[in-house]
Ligand binder design. Structure first.
Ligand SMILES: CC(C)(COP(=O)(O)OP(=O)(O)OC[C@H]1O[C@@H](n2cnc3c(N)ncnc32)[C@H](O)[C@@H]1OP(=O)(O)O)[C@@H](O)C(=O)NCCC(=O)NCCS
Length: 187
């Protein structure tokens, strides 16, 4: 069963380790933190920032990943999506898709956003597939937009609007519930 809970300062160590994990780092523009103190300062800033929200993804009560939104307090009513499954053993088994559905509910219904968008490295097949399954649509393609691991990389811009999620959520949540991945939140 996949659930989201608010991130806390005590999650610092696991976030530090996850963020340095090669498969997580591989798909992130930025280099991972090398210094734990700097990482913890980042987490403190993150938690104090009313414009950012973050959740730990849990699988049967065990933390396995992180999901965040940047822009939740912005007058533009759109936020940028960021996420990863930090525990290697939890990847590819539906945790990402389940967390994504729960996160979109939070974004649109708790924060009242109109739009959620994300930037994905163009060869990140898992993220592109997972986001398409929730209804994210491609809004752009940015050539040589990121420099990562000594190479310029293309980036896909994805986004989903509130009415697109509303139209899709029953089906997506129903499938996730039928697979035993979530307990369906109320409409
Ligand atoms: C991207 C990510 C969050 C997806 O979560 P996940 O739990 O692994 O994915 P799911 O099991 O929910 O599967 C989602 C889709 O991706 C596909 N998929 C999963 N792992 C894959 C892989 N390694 N290669 C290709 N497709 C993959 C699944 O088949 C599924 O597609 P389907 O619905 O058509 O069957 C996770 O793989 C991850 O954290 N990856 C590393 C960091 C990262 O890429 N973060 C996102 C940056 S934008």
């Amino acid at each position: 069963m996949i659930e989201l809970r608010d991130v806390t300062r005590d999650d610092g160590r696991r976030l530090f380790l996850w963020r340095r994990e090669p498969e997580v780092d591989r798909w992130n523009y930025q280099s991972p933190p090398s210094d734990y103190g700097m990482h913890q300062a980042w987490l403190d800033d993150f938690m104090a920032d009313p414009d950012r929200a973050g959740w730990i993804i849990e699988e049967n009560g065990r933390p396995c990943g992180f999901l965040m939104l940047k822009g939740v307090a912005d007058s533009q009513q759109r936020a940028q999506w960021g996420w990863y499954i930090g525990e290697a053993a939890a990847r590819g088994r539906g945790a990402g898709r389940a967390a994504q559905a729960l996160g979109l509910d939070r974004a649109f219904f708790d924060f009242g956003l109109q739009k959620v968008w994300s930037e994905v490295l163009a060869d990140n097949e898992a993220a592109l597939k997972a986001q398409a399954a929730a209804g994210f649509r491609r809004e752009g393609y940015l050539r040589r937009h990121a420099f990562k691991d000594g190479q310029f990389r293309d980036v896909v811009l994805l986004a989903i609007l509130v009415e697109e999620w509303r139209a899709r959520r029953e089906t997506v949540l129903g499938q996730l519930e039928a697979s035993g991945l979530i307990r369906k939140p109320p409409a």
